[in-house]
Design a protein around this ligand. Sequence first.
Ligand SMILES: Cc1cc2nc3c(=O)[nH]c(=O)nc-3n(C[C@H](O)[C@H](O)[C@H](O)COP(=O)(O)OP(=O)(O)OC[C@H]3O[C@@H](n4cnc5c(N)ncnc54)[C@H](O)[C@@H]3O)c2cc1C
Length: 229
Amino acid sequence: MNIIKKKAIDIIEKQFAKTAQVLDVRAWNPSTFYEIDLHLPGVDMQKWQSVQHMKIKVAAHTFRDYTPADWDASTETCTLYVDAAHDGAGSHWAASLKTGDEVRYMGISTTFTKPLDAAMLFCLGDSSAIGHFLALEQLAGKGKLSGALVISDPEHRDFFSRDFDSRLEAIPQETPDNIDNLHAWLQEQQLDNSTVYLAGNVPMVVELRKKIKSMSGFKGLVKVQGFWW
Ligand SMILES: Cc1cc2nc3c(=O)[nH]c(=O)nc-3n(C[C@H](O)[C@H](O)[C@H](O)COP(=O)(O)OP(=O)(O)OC[C@H]3O[C@@H](n4cnc5c(N)ncnc54)[C@H](O)[C@@H]3O)c2cc1C
């Protein structure tokens, strides 16, 4: 990154960045996935009608998007679910956090993901989308949402299935791109006029959208949120 861009980021950060406190960090076993509890003073979570994302400073001049989930408006707290199994600045940041740390972020904005009035909402994604779909489930209400999340680590899958009160199903990774296993899962469902939400790896959600749109008899909507390349 050149010096002018760095200077511009410094100025924007000085003007707009806010601070959150880390209340707790829980690593899944093995420790390549993190739950991070944050206190976000002054954030009015009552207003949230769609899934949000926060642009968080993960290293000098480096920001990444993460999804606030499990929020409690009365205490101004939420939990981030961070997939850190790859080598990236965001992964290193998540792995380094401790209770009491401060987190700088450049605001919270809405995504296009919000509950629609369909009989059933189906969610398909990879591990990076866990928080995104838990947030959608919080907005839609328990029982309104079903889906499959590719979680490649078997211990993580067991943990998710056992400890999360959700109809989201943890399924294994069978191909590097996760397209065929998610598509196969969806083909087993009664789709009708349902809404299908896709989130995670960009080529994966783009390809899945095409496949779902061409499924015979499918008359519902497909909502896409690409996360990473
Ligand atoms: C609106 C929005 C909300 C998001 N919410 C979340 C969230 O709640 N939790 C979450 O974990 N992520 C979330 N993401 C994705 C997250 O911002 C990106 O995955 C981010 O690029 C990770 O940054 P990094 O610095 O760790 O890796 P990068 O430096 O961006 O990438 C390094 C390498 O790792 C690969 N990579 C990046 N992410 C992944 C991944 N998840 N799995 C495998 N390989 C990967 C890249 O292809 C690249 O080769 C969200 C993204 C968006 C746009």
